[in-house]
Design a protein around this ligand. Structure first.
Ligand SMILES: [Zn+2]
Length: 271
C-alpha cells in the first residue's frame, strides 16, 4: 500500500467510524415507544421483589430485579438506578430489549441493564430476572467447587450451575461489569436453558417464569450456597440430591412458592 492509498484508506475508515458513531448516537436518542400501561399489582410485586431480596440478604445497595412487560415481550420493567431497598412504584422504568429506556426523564439506568435485555431476548420463557452479588455464592464462582443442590428447597440447581467468566467473554480484563449488549449476550449464552448462572468474581443471575419463583430461586440459591459451604467445611464427602431427587423435589417445592412469597411480601411492604 502506497503512502497516499494508505492515507485515503485511513480517512475512509475514520469517516465510516464517525458515521457509525453518529448513527448510534441518533439511534440512542430515539427512545422506543411505550408498550402501554401495566397493572399496578405487577408494579407492586416488582417493588416488593426489590425489598424482599434486601430482607433475605440477596441484594444490598446493589443488584436489580426486572419483569418482562406483560403486553409486549420486547419490553421489560426495572427500577431506575437506586438501591433496591429504596425502590417505589415511581422508580420503575420501561426498557426495550436493547435496554434503551422508553421515558428516561433524566433518570439514570443501571449500568448492567444489558443482563436483562439480552436474557429476555435469548429466553422467551423467562418473565423475570434477578441480578445479585449474593455473598455466599461468590466462592462457588471463583473456586473449583461446583454449586450443587444440597436440599429440597434448592432442587432447581439440579442439572448444574454454569459459571460466566467475563474475561473469556471479553477477550481480556474488564471492570467485571456487564456494561454492554455483547457481554449481556455472552452471559445469556452461558446461562443457556438454566435458571441460575454464577458470574466469576461478581455474583449471579437468576431467572424464572414469574417474579415470585425468580425471587424464591434467588433466596434459596443464597441459602444453598451458605449450607453447602458449611457441609463441605465439616470434611468428608457431601451427599447432594441426585438428578431424580432434584427433579421430583423441584416439582413439589416449586408448587408452594406462593406461601413464602406472601409472607416475604407482607414483611417487606410493611416497612
Ligand atoms: Zn453486578
Amino acid at each position: 500500500m502506497t503512502q497516499t492509498t494508505r492515507r485515503t484508506f485511513l480517512a475512509a475508515g475514520a469517516a465510516a467510524f464517525t458515521h457509525a458513531v453518529i448513527a448510534r448516537a441518533a439511534y440512542a436518542q430515539a427512545a422506543p415507544a411505550t408498550a402501554g400501561p401495566v397493572d399496578p399489582a405487577l408494579i407492586d410485586d416488582l417493588v416488593a421483589a426489590n425489598r424482599i431480596l434486601v430482607d433475605q440478604g440477596v441484594v444490598d445497595g446493589y443488584g436489580h430485579v426486572s419483569v418482562r412487560h406483560p403486553a409486549d415481550p420486547q419490553h421489560y420493567l426495572m427500577s431506575r438506578s437506586i438501591a433496591p431497598e429504596l425502590v417505589t412504584a415511581a422508580d420503575i422504568m420501561e426498557y426495550d430489549l436493547d435496554s434503551t429506556a422508553v421515558d428516561a426523564r433524566g433518570r439514570t439506568s443501571y449500568l448492567e441493564r444489558f443482563i436483562h435485555g439480552e436474557i429476555y431476548r435469548a429466553r422467551p420463557d423467562v418473565k423475570a430476572i434477578v441480578h445479585n452479588h449474593s455473598p455466599s455464592v461468590i466462592p462457588f464462582g471463583v473456586s473449583t467447587a461446583p454449586l450443587r443442590p444440597l436440599y429440597h428447597m434448592s432442587a432447581f440447581l439440579g442439572g448444574g450451575v454454569p459459571v460466566f467468566d467475563i474475561k473469556a467473554a471479553a477477550g481480556g480484563a474488564t471492570d467485571m461489569l456487564v456494561r454492554n449488549a455483547a457481554l449481556g449476550r455472552a452471559l445469556a449464552t452461558t446461562l443457556g436453558a438454566r435458571p441460575v448462572a454464577l458470574m466469576r468474581g461478581h455474583g449471579a443471575v437468576v431467572v424464572g417464569p414469574n417474579i415470585q419463583l425468580t425471587v424464591f430461586r434467588s433466596v434459596y440459591t443464597e441459602m444453598n450456597a451458605r449450607l453447602q459451604a458449611q457441609a463441605m467445611a465439616l470434611g468428608g464427602p457431601v451427599t447432594y440430591l441426585d438428578d431424580e431427587e432434584a427433579r421430583l423435589a423441584g416439582g413439589s417445592v416449586g408448587g408452594t412458592v406462593v406461601r413464602p412469597w406472601e409472607l416475604w411480601r407482607k414483611k417487606a411492604l410493611a416497612r
